[in-house]
Design a protein. Structure first.
Length: 261
């Protein structure tokens, strides 16, 4: 059993428990459930930098990244820096996040917010909407084609945008469907954790232009983005690079300044 299988098995148990504790009616009556969402896809299309900055305390590959920062400061710092959107990890066991992080980020900024999570159930989409997300992540490696279709169409009915993440050609081929907004290529092999930008380059020609192309993982410098932009990528998800500093907002500001120089 690799780490991804473990995470998904734990996630199924966790979601089953949460469903038994909080009924969907309670999520649907949340004050944020009816809010108009912000479009990350539009923000990326209109941007020269395309940065989606992440809030991430730890990860299975890096262990502790940063436990000292509060979400409000990070969200406000990212917004001041001029990022296009913010990714908020809500998995607790492996990444040290929570839905409360999403709620705090929503209260602290007007950025489009991506709920970064291992989605295995429609219930998690209702949670995302209730806690202030604008975008949800679907990971092709852990979902069947019919689940991708079901979850992405349900997300659209909630007025949430969908970022679908793939790691290889096979995942991409099963995933392309009209209910997606953005297609993300994860440069990290989830089984070995090795990172290579070649994955983004190779798959770029296979992604139809109807979707905003996003490159994820292993992007730690301006040159990586400049290398990927000619392949049609408009979005770049950056987590550890900002979060490992004492001031993620300031490091994002500096990064964007150098990118646009």
């Amino acid at each position: 059993m690799n780490i991804l299988d473990k995470i998904v098995a734990d996630k199924r148990k966790e979601v089953a428990l949460r469903k038994s504790l909080i009924p969907t009616s309670q999520l649907e009556s949340s004050v944020l459930f009816g809010r108009e969402t912000f479009s990350l896809a539009t923000a990326l299309n209109n941007s020269n930098s395309g940065i989606i900055a992440e809030h991430k305390r730890r990860s299975p590959s890096k262990q502790v990244i940063n436990h000292d920062l509060n979400v409000q400061d990070v969200a406000q710092g990212y917004e001041t820096a001029g990022v296009c959107g913010m990714s908020v990890l809500t998995d607790g066991k492996y990444f040290g996040g929570s839905l409360d992080d999403l709620l705090l980020a929503r209260a602290s900024s007007n950025l489009p917010l991506l709920r970064k999570e291992f989605i295995v159930d429609e219930y998690q989409l209702l949670e995302a909407k209730a806690y202030g997300a604008d975008v949800i992540l679907l990971i092709a490696a852990v979902l069947t084609q019919s689940e991708i279709k079901e979850f992405s169409e349900f997300a659209k009915s909630l007025r949430l945008e969908v970022l679908l993440e793939v790691h290889n050609q096979e995942e991409l081929e099963k995933s392309i469907m009209p209910s997606l907004d953005m297609l993300g290529v994860n440069n990290r092999n989830l089984k070995t954790f090795e990172v290579s930008l070649d994955i983004s380059k190779t798959l770029s020609t296979q992604i139809p232009d109807d979707f905003v192309k996003v490159s994820e993982s292993g992007i730690s410098n301006v040159s990586a983005i400049k290398e990927l932009q000619p392949f049609g990528y408009k979005g770049f998800l950056i987590g550890e690079n900002f979060m490992k500093t004492n001031n993620p907002g300031a490091s994002a500001t500096e990064f964007i300044k150098n990118l646009e120089a």
